[in-house]
Design a protein around this ligand. Structure first.
Ligand code: ZN
Length: 128
C-alpha cells in the first residue's frame, strides 16, 4: 500500500460547464494491480471520457468537496486496505446498538438475534 491514497471524481462537462449527472461520488484511487491509478477501488473508471476528465485529489481529503459524497464501496475497500475494516464494523455495530435499543421485555426473550442483518429465524419453540 502506498503511503497515501488519492481520491478522484469525474469532472464537469467541458462543453456545458455543468457537473455531469453521474458525478456525485468521490472515489478512492486503486494504487495496485492492473488498473493502478486508473480506476477506483470500487471499479469505477478513473480515466477521462469525452468532455469528462477525472479530477484527482492527491492525497485524498478528509472530506469530499462540496456537492460530492464518498463512494461507499471505495471507503469500505480502503478501510480494509488500511487494516481498519474490523474496527469500523465494530463501530457501526455499536452505533446500531445505540440507535435500536431492545425493549427490556424483548431482551429476555428467546430468538432475538441482535446484531444480525439476516431476518430472524423462527423461534425454535414457536412451532413445536
Ligand atoms: Zn468508488
Amino acid at each position: 500500500m502506498r503511503d497515501h491514497l488519492r481520491a478522484f471524481y469525474r469532472g464537469y462537462h467541458a462543453a456545458t460547464g455543468r457537473r455531469a449527472q453521474q458525478v456525485r461520488r468521490l472515489h478512492i484511487m486503486r494504487e495496485d494491480g492492473k488498473f493502478a491509478g486508473k480506476q477506483g477501488l470500487c471499479g469505477a473508471p478513473g480515466w477521462g471520457v469525452t468532455h469528462s476528465p477525472p479530477v484527482v485529489i492527491d492525497p485524498m481529503p478528509e472530506e469530499p468537496p462540496a456537492g460530492l459524497d464518498w463512494c461507499r464501496a471505495c471507503v469500505g475497500h480502503a478501510s480494509a486496505l488500511a487494516g481498519r475494516l474490523d474496527a469500523h464494523a465494530a463501530e457501526i455495530a455499536r452505533i446500531s446498538e445505540r440507535k435500536a435499543p431492545v425493549p427490556a421485555a424483548a431482551a429476555d426473550g428467546p430468538g432475538v438475534a441482535r446484531g444480525s442483518s439476516a431476518p430472524a429465524p423462527p423461534s425454535p419453540g414457536a412451532s413445536l
